[in-house]
Design a protein around this ligand. Structure first.
Ligand code: LER
Ligand code: MN
Length: 276
């Protein structure tokens, strides 16, 4: 196994303006991803029942694609749910949302991603309580994902999106407090560019804990349109034996098709050239 390419498809109208390459049309997104040679797609659905699993299975088979991961962010964007809400019933609802996404993604061998659903502390929740709620949720949901043989992915976000965990090192620290071993980190290069002193060093220090990568440039444009040093990123990922996906969660800049093309070109340049 080696690092595989992946591209995002958002089906969430409320997320418009967000960092997703393809939009609104699952079939068209799969067709275009396959035409460019991507190995997989990452889907951002509005709800766990928005996509018919048999239709998705048919699309993936037709285009020889894998489903890499499924985002849970619509729980926040559409329903304003978080796993760390002050109200216990709201927290339970948030966990139920993520559990349903795990049950949707799991049979495809795909992980669910917890990003914005982690919420933030403040507003009636102390940091200590918030971290306890987050830990409870990750333990329960990580164990739930284990039945499918896939890890749950937890994503450190930049400081403007959460005040829990902003760096890979703090993410490794959080994983160390959990009772489950079935949670891995999602290293998003956009967030890392804001928060890490040295992105490559942070990846190396995250060895064994990184389960997914959002492959994107410093300005959240597709890889190659900003100033991330992808040679050092690729070297670091190879050095830690990372063999998951480099998934383009990037703005559709300058448009979806050009963003996808630039991403796959950069993927080949940084992740394939050295292996030839
Ligand atoms: C999600 O993957 C992400 O990176 C966050 O910024 C939430 O949108
Ligand atoms: Mn991300």
């Amino acid at each position: 196994m080696t690092i595989q390419s992946c591209v995002t498809i958002s089906l969430v109208p409320q997320a418009r303006g967000g960092p997703f390459v393809f939009w609104d049309d699952l079939a068209e997104g799969c067709r275009k991803a396959a035409a460019l040679g991507f190995d997989a797609v990452e889907v951002f659905p509005p709800s766990p029942d928005a996509v018919d699993p048999s239709e998705l299975r048919r699309l993936l088979a037709e285009h020889r694609l894998k489903l890499a991961a499924v985002g849970t962010g619509a729980g926040w964007v559409v329903q304003r749910l978080t796993l760390t809400h002050a109200d216990v019933a709201q927290r339970a609802r948030a966990q139920e949302f993520v559990r349903s996404i795990i049950d949707f993604a799991g049979p495809f061998g795909a992980s669910a991603i917890i990003g914005s659903m982690q919420g933030r502390w403040g507003d009636g929740v102390t940091r200590e309580d918030g971290l306890a709620y987050l830990g409870e949720a990750l333990n329960a949901l990580g164990e739930h994902a284990a039945q499918y043989g896939v890890p749950l992915l937890y994503e450190p976000l930049n400081r403007y999106e959460t005040n829990f965990v902003n760096t890979v090192a703090d993410g490794v620290g959080l994983l160390g407090t959990l009772t489950t071993r079935n949670v891995k980190l999602l290293a998003d290069l956009f967030h890392m560019n804001i928060e890490e002193a040295d992105i490559a060093a942070a990846i190396r220090a995250g060895a064994g804990s990184i389960g997914h990568v959002h492959f994107v440039d410093s300005n959240r444009r597709p890889a190659g349109f900003g100033h991330v040093d992808f040679v050092s990123v690729a070297n670091a990922l190879h050095a830690i034996g990372y063999n998951g996906y480099a998934s383009a969660e990037a703005l559709p800049y300058p448009d979806s098709d050009a963003a996808a093309r630039r991403t796959i070109d950069s993927f080949h340049r940084y992740f394939r050239a050295s292996e030839a």
